[in-house]
Design a protein around this ligand. Sequence first.
Ligand SMILES: CC(=O)N[C@H]1[C@@H](OP(=O)(O)OP(=O)(O)OC[C@H]2O[C@@H](n3ccc(=O)[nH]c3=O)[C@H](O)[C@@H]2O)O[C@H](CO)[C@@H](O)[C@@H]1O
Ligand SMILES: C=C(OP(=O)(O)O)C(=O)O
Length: 424
Amino acid sequence: MEKIMIAGGKPLRGTVQISGAKNSAIALIPASILAESTVILDNLPELSDVAIYVELLTELGAKIEWSGDQMVIDPSHLKAIPMPNGNVKKLRASYYLMGAMLGRFGEAVIGLPGGCNFEPRPIDQHIKGFEALGAQVSNEFGALHIRAKELRGAKIYMDVVSVGATINIMLAASRAIGVTTIENAAKEPEIIDVATLLNAMGAKIKGAGTETIRIDGVSSMSGCRHSIIPDRIQAATYMIAAAATRGDVVVDNVIPKHLEAVTAKLQEMGVHVYEMDESIRVVGQPDYVSVDVKALVYPGFATDIQSPMSSLLTQANGTSVLSDYVYSSRFKHVPELLRMGAKIKLEGRSAIIEGSELSAAKVKATDLRAGAALVIAALTVKNGVTEITGVEYIDRGYDNLVSNLTKLGAEIWRESINECNVDK
Ligand SMILES: CC(=O)N[C@H]1[C@@H](OP(=O)(O)OP(=O)(O)OC[C@H]2O[C@@H](n3ccc(=O)[nH]c3=O)[C@H](O)[C@@H]2O)O[C@H](CO)[C@@H](O)[C@@H]1O
Ligand SMILES: C=C(OP(=O)(O)O)C(=O)O
C-alpha cells in the first residue's frame, strides 16, 4: 500500500497531456466482445480499472495485447463463462459485461458491481432494459443471471437518466432482432464514443448524444480500430488544480466543448480560461468570488468533478453552495477537508462552503474523486506536508498523476505504508 505526500503552496505551471477517458475505456473494452474479430483501441489510459478489465476478458477467453496506450483485443474464442465473483466485484463498470455477453451469447451470469460506493448505486434501469429486450433476470446470491431465448428490439423509457443503463442497453440491443429505441437516454460524450465504436463494428445506432437513441439490431459484428476520446474529468481536475494553486497551466489533448460547464464556472469565479482547438489554458488569479454549482447530467456540471470543485471553492472569498443532483450524498470528501481546516456544512444534497486557508493533515481518500479533491486541497496548503491514504482509489482514474503534477512544479511523491502502522 502507498500514500501520496504533498508539500503544497506552489503554483502549477506548464503543460499537461490528458489521456483517454476512463469511463469510455471501461465501456469500449467490454463492447469489443460483441465483435467476432480483432478490435484495436488507441489512446487508452493506464488505469487500474483498465487492468482489471483485461483480467476479466482474459478469464472469458479473449486474447489481449496491451502496450502503452494501445490495446488489441481478439474476442473470437470467447466463452460464456459465469462470473459471479472475483474481479467483477472490483469495479463498477463490470456491469457492461451483462449487456455485452447478453448480446453475444444470449446469456450472462455476472456478480453485482463494485467500484466507488459513495452512496447506494442501483442498477434497476439496466435490468428493466434487459427485460424489455426479452431477457429473464434473477438475482442469485449477489449475481445476476440474465438469459434470453431471443433478444427482440423494444421501446424503452428510462425512469432516470443513467449513463451505465443507456450503454448497457445499446450493447445488448445491437445484436437484438429489430429496432430498439431508448427514450430519456443519457447524453454524455462517453455514450457517443461507445456508439461510434459499435457502429464501426457494424452496429446501426443513431441519435447517441441525444435523449432518443435508435438501434437497429444486426446479426453479426466484426473488428475495427478506434481512438478513445480524451478524459474530460481528468482534464477538469487539472484545470481546477491550476486555478486553486493560482498557477498557469495548458491542459492539452482535450475536447473543449466537453468542458464547457467547468470553463464557465471557473470564469464566473474570476479564473482566466482560454479555449484553443484541442487545449485549454487556465490562468489562476489572486482572488476568486464565491459561486453556486449544481452537479447535473451532461451537458451540466459533472458530478465526477463536484468533489474536486469543493476544494477550489474553499479558495474563494465568501460562501459558495455546491449541490449534487445526480448523487445526493456524494460528500465523503467533506469530513477529510474539515480536517484540513475547511469550513463546510452539509445540508441535504448541498455543501455550503466558506472560503478559508487550508492546512496540512493526514487524510484518507474514500473514493476516486474524493481523492482528487484531497490532492487539490493539499496543493494549496502553504506550510507542511499533507499525507493522503486510499491511493488505490485515485489510481482507478488518474494515470501518471504524481509525475504529471511534478512536471507542473508540484512537490508530490508516493511513499509505501508500513501496513502494521496504518492509522488512517
Ligand atoms: C463507469 C462510469 O461511466 N461511471 C460513471 C457513470 O456511473 P453510472 O453509469 O453507474 O451512473 P448513472 O448515470 O447510472 O447514475 C445516475 C443516477 O441514476 C441513478 N440510477 C442509475 C442506474 C439505475 O439503474 N438506477 C438508478 O437509480 C443513480 O443512483 C444516480 O443517482 O455515470 C455517473 C454519473 O455521471 C458517474 O458518476 C460515473 O463516473
Ligand atoms: C464514480 C466514478 O467511477 P465509477 O462509476 O467507475 O465508480 C468516477 O469516475 O468518478
